[in-house]
Design a binder for this molecule. Structure first.
Ligand code: TRP
Length: 481
């Protein structure tokens, strides 16, 4: 992965970025978080963050990758030199590596559930099953750490193989078929939801904005989700941006990624909640939401076993195309930092993330609510890992915004953006002030929360630290270029 390669097709960046963005975050995490956090209010905060903060940071992140044409840590090191700022900005790369590692650890466990359901669908085991049977079946899966570990191992090994072999072609053409297919199947599920479910209830749940419904932690989760779903704030997009040809429009690409990603999440949400309300299920059932409601629909639908099988295969495809870009930043970091070969780096990253993933596995059984771990820490290890990523990603994004907003010169940015001065000014205002303020606001708002004092406080300190540090880091004068 040396510096000056550029993707052959103009559309490849878009495809790769969409592949990274669209994943379990859209199909699994978005609906269940929405369900747990009061529906519309959550979506409002989520959507506002996507457009006012997510897209500007997405642009900033691609820009940093494309101007430096290197992987995140080396790229930041290079930019700090050419812009006379402190090397501390490399933190962006470090935080990114940490987030990628943490996300991969639980991502693989959840994707493992989809392997289980692909199997159940294709063997027709659930045909005609009722809600009770299906939710009992899911609980049985969660209660089986051995089985979950097996699936987790399969998924992470498959991702590692793909990254290790570096098949660009396979992924590219695979994505080109899979992404549209996923969308079509989603629409089929939605149509089924419209006919057999309660689409009206779903729409009013999702689009009735009552901000009072949102708990304090909900704010953090909504913002965290908007970063998570766009794969933001952790260098993955920067790494991809490094291969983006200079003549492709940054702005248009960023909007396209955000719009496709949001559309997939909304369709998934509508489809799932139409079925939830239709079957009289609970909205706030947590991480199991997609794995209980959709199989129920497939159990009753004509050709449900087949449609369901294809659906879960596509979920796996979407998850793999994301997980490979989660491995990449850390692997690249290990190669640069410790002079490892690519296969060595991938192996180490994956084994470590696999081991960490066991914490997520036991969060649903051996260390679930009511066990010592939960009693001691007040949440499961999985919740804890998610919370950490909910902090790291926005802070990473904040630093990216600050650097792109304050350190890059107007002419550099104009060259990258390739659009009008008005848009430049709007973008720069958003990354200089709005994005940092939004991140700070969310952290400060979660501060008074009783249960999680430590984490929000830490987050707030990190923000204040980032602000203070960034002033110093930016002002360390050297030559200007
Ligand atoms: N965006 C992915 C999803 O929605 C998950 C993700 C978060 C991710 N950060 C990432 C994927 C970084 C690749 C790289 O499922």
């Amino acid at each position: 992965m040396s510096g000056h390669n550029v993707w052959t097709h103009k559309g490849t960046f878009l495809l790769a970025a969409v592949g990274s963005a669209v994943g379990l975050g859209n199909l699994w995490r978005f609906p269940y978080l929405t369900g747990e956090n009061g529906g519309g209010a959550f979506i409002l905060v989520y959507a506002l963050t996507i457009f006012a903060v997510g897209i500007p940071i997405l642009i900033a992140e691609i820009m940093l990758g494309r101007t430096s044409r290197q992987s995140p840590i080396m790229g930041m090191r290079h930019l700090t030199k050419t812009h006379g700022t402190s090397r501390a900005w490399e933190t962006i790369g470090w935080l990114g590596a940490a987030s990628a590692f943490l996300i991969l650890s639980f991502y693989s466990v959840i994707a493992g559930w989809a392997i289980h359901y692909t199997w159940l669908m294709l063997t027709g085991s659930l045909v005609g099953a009722d809600a009770q049977t299906i939710s009992t079946g899911f609980d049985a899966l969660l209660a089986a750490p051995g089985l979950m570990t097996l699936y987790h191992t399969l998924f992470i090994a498959a991702s590692a193989l793909i990254v290790g072999m570096g098949i660009h072609k396979g992924i590219e053409s695979g994505l080109r078929i899979m992404m549209p297919a996923l969308f079509v199947i989603l629409l089929v599920v939605l149509a089924y939801g419209v006919i057999n479910g309660d689409i009206g209830a779903a729409a009013s749940f999702l689009f009735t904005f009552n901000i009072a419904d949102l708990s304090l932690e909900g704010w953090l989760q909504a913002m965290g989700q908007s970063f998570f779903t766009l794969s933001l704030g952790m260098g993955a997009i920067m790494a991809y941006g490094a291969y983006m040809p200079s003549n492709v429009s940054l702005t248009r690409t960023a909007f396209a990624v955000a719009i496709v990603d949001t559309a997939v999440a909304m369709v998934a949400g509508l489809a799932i909640f139409a079925l939830v309300f239709g079957a009289g299920l609970e909205t706030g059932q947590g991480p199991g939401l997609m794995f209980v409601t959709l199989p129920l629909a497939f159990a009753e639908m004509p050709f449900g076993a087949l449609v369901g099988g294809v659906f879960f295969i596509l979920v796996l495809g979407a998850a793999i195309s994301s997980s490979i870009s989660l491995i990449e930043p850390v692997a690249a970091f290990l190669v640069e930092r410790f002079d490892m070969t690519r296969p060595q780096a991938v192996t180490i990253m994956v084994i470590a993330a696999w081991a960490m993933g066991l914490l997520t596995v036991v969060s649903f059984n051996l260390w679930a609510e009511g066990t010592i771990f939960h009693t001691l820490f007040g949440r499961t290890a999985f919740d804890f890992i998610e919370l950490l990523t909910n902090i790291f990603m926005p802070v990473g994004g904040l630093l990216i915004a600050l650097f792109a907003g304050w350190a890059l010169t107007q002419s550099e940015v104009m060259k990258e953006l390739g659009s009008s001065v008005a848009w430049f000014k709007l973008w720069r205002f958003l990354v200089r002030f709005v994005a940092p303020a939004a991140v700070a606001f969310v952290f400060l708002r979660t501060l008074p929360q009783v249960e999680g004092y430590l984490i929000p406080t830490l987050g707030a300190l990190l923000i204040i630290g980032a602000f203070a540090a960034s002033q110093r880091w930016l002002k360390k004068p050297r030559q200007t270029t």
